[in-house]
Design a protein around this ligand. Structure first.
Ligand code: NAP
Length: 261
């Protein structure tokens, strides 16, 4: 099946590593013009090298918790590729922790990362997406919005606002043919998950490998995900091949979410 991504212009925010990076890789293989972006210029340069620095790749340093950086990310995309078809709103995740251990500052940071970054990116992209023939927006949330995880109260709480935003925008923006969906990833082996497993091992006085095995045992597929598995699902959802898929919250989690709906 041709996903129809050839020559489409895609911004993938938070993409020097992890899920964003894997998604950019798939999109480049599909012939899209891809903008990768993150806070750290060194990380971005390494990512571009890993992707083979093709002509259809642009790197833009931007912190998506800052409105002005989101505006500039979109402007630099337009300057390079003269259009914008697809926005993948992604950012690093919030800190682990429980209610009694977290400060107001950490709550504010979580709101900036996991909610407001989406507002800033979507606002900046919207006028240009309206001009595309095949526009779409993807937010990246978590399966924990359906099945909260212990010691992850920031993620469990704040990301639900992004789910509400995603669904609401799928109603509001349908009139412009803009599809808006979210992926709810489950445990997928990235730097973030490495850090979370190390944190759990410290809390439980166990080891990284023990924590990983325990979580894997709770996943019906008996393993954690590979970022490329997220990347392939994301590429399909944002592509013209998914032209009637709108307002969907798609778990990509190996089946760890235990509910039916
Ligand atoms: N992996 C999982 O199992 C999983 C499960 C559920 C939800 N999620 C969520 O999915 C998202 C991506 O996860 P991941 O595992 O790929 O995370 P990751 O390994 O920590 O990678 C995060 C990426 O975002 C960039 N980034 C971080 N903060 C940023 C900011 N303020 N502005 C712009 N870029 C920023 C990082 O690059 P720089 O450091 O260079 O800025 C990096 O490229 C996160 O929100 C995460 O919580 C992941």
């Amino acid at each position: 099946m041709d996903l129809g991504l050839r020559n489409k212009v895609v911004i993938v925010a938070g993409s020097s590593k992890g899920l964003g990076f894997a998604t950019a890789k798939v999109l480049l293989e599909e012939g899209a013009h891809v903008v990768i972006s993150s806070r750290d210029a060194g990380n971005l340069q390494k990512a571009a090298e890993k992707l083979g620095s093709p002509e259809n790749l642009l790197t833009v340093q931007a912190d998506v918790t800052k409105k002005e950086d989101c505006d500039r990310l979109v402007q630099e995309t337009l300057a390079a590729f003269n259009a914008l078809d697809i926005l993948i709103a992604n950012c690093g995740g919030p800190a682990p922790g429980n209610f009694e251990g977290l400060t107001d500052e950490q709550w504010d940071q979580a709101i900036d990362k996991s909610f407001k970054s989406n507002l800033y990116l979507i606002r900046a992209a919207l006028p240009h997406l309206k001009k595309s023939k095949t526009p779409s927006i993807l937010t990246v949330t978590s399966f924990t919005t359906k099945q909260p995880l212990p010691n992850m109260i920031l993620s469990n709480s704040v990301r639900s606002a992004t789910i509400g935003l995603t669904k609401s925008l799928s109603f509001e923006l349908g009139q412009y043919n803009i599809r808006v969906n979210s992926i709810l990833p489950g445990w997928t082996l990235t730097d973030r998950v490495d850090a979370l497993l190390t944190n759990r091992a410290e809390i439980h006085n166990s080891s990284y490998e023990q924590e990983k095995a325990e979580i894997a045992a709770d996943i019906p597929l008996q393993r954690m995900g590979d970022p490329i598995e997220f990347g392939r699902a994301a590429a399909f959802l944002v592509s013209p091949a998914a032209s009637f898929v709108n307002g969907v919250m798609l778990n990509v989690d190996g089946g760890i979410y235990k509910g039916i709906y």
